[in-house]
Ligand binder design. Structure first.
Ligand code: XBP
Ligand code: MG
Length: 264
């Protein structure tokens, strides 16, 4: 199969956004709402098991604030806090404190030059994605992505495959011609269930997660001057992740799938 598109996750993959971005933005939204809650680095790591900020907030309420009496419906309350959080997150991103991870910009530029199509599949809210792209890659960069599948566009968030299926459908492509780039176990489950060959670049919160099923796990996408470390799988002779590397992963996983079919 010939590679036609790369589908990028956002948080943890494009940039390490959770600890110093989303977590801090939540804490600022709590303070702005008169709540004396402070999500520590450790507690936030546990809450990341739930994807989606609004959903994460509801999990926190159930587990840590069971006696809290809300003025109204929990979902509406979470949506309002989340609206404040999104504003704080955008401000943090625009301050430039969340740089793109190694190799992200290079790979996106290479893909554009090679005519490989680009998409985003994330649980994060669309505003967050736009802020990160515009700050990291330039004001016109959102238009480089044929589809930015984000947030509530599908009701079932990762690990459900829905957001990847949505992106594939919007591009009119089957999964066999695309490679997904993720950083987490939850994201990997979503991509695999959508039938995608998946590369993992673990982020600070996901270092010790289970990446069984990934085609390749590398420390980061790497640069010619900053080689990646291969954690699982084979990438030789590449020392950084490029289009030819994505192409050969696709060819390998196609032959694996083929041999599985042959055995049945
Ligand atoms: C990561 C998430 C998001 C962010 C916060 O998404 O689970 O919920 O933590 O963003 P991904 P929101 O790795 O799929 O990019 O508060 O907007 O949900
Ligand atoms: Mg992620």
């Amino acid at each position: 199969m010939s590679l036609q598109a790369l589908i990028f996750d956002v948080d943890g993959t494009l940039a390490d956004t959770e600890r110093d971005g989303h977590r801090v933005a939540f804490n600022r939204a709590f303070a702005e709402s008169g709540l004396d809650w402070e999500w520590s680095v450790e507690r936030y790591g546990q809450l990341l098991e739930v994807s989606g900020g609004k959903e994460r907030l509801q999990r926190y309420l159930q587990e840590d604030q069971p006696d809290l009496i809300l003025p109204g419906d929990m979902k509406a309350w979470a949506a309002e806090i989340h609206r404040l959080k999104t504003r704080h997150y955008r401000e943090l991103v625009q301050q430039g404190i969340l740089p793109l991870r190694p190799g992200v910009k290079r790979l996106i530029q290479e893909a554009r030059q090679a005519g490989i199509r680009l998409a985003i599949a994330t649980t994060s809210a669309p505003d967050n994605v736009l802020a990160l792209l515009e700050t990291g890659l330039g004001a016109d960069s959102p238009s480089w992505f044929e589809v930015i599948a984000a947030g509530d566009v599908v009701p079932a968030k990762k690990p459900a495959p829905d957001i990847y299926c949505y992106a594939l459908e919007a591009m009119g492509l089957p999964p066999e011609v695309c490679v997904a780039i993720e950083d987490s176990h939850v994201g990997l489950q979503a991509a695999l269930q959508a039938g995608l060959t998946t590369v993992i670049t673990p982020s600070s919160y996901t270092q010790n997660e289970d990446f069984t099923g990934a085609a390749l796990v590398v420390s980061h996408l790497g640069e010619p001057s900053k080689p990646f470390q291969v954690l699982v799988g084979h990438a030789l002779p590449s020392t950084y992740f490029d289009i030819s590397c994505a192409q050969s992963l696709l060819a390998t996983s196609a032959s694996v799938t083929g041999s599985r079919i042959d055995l049945q």
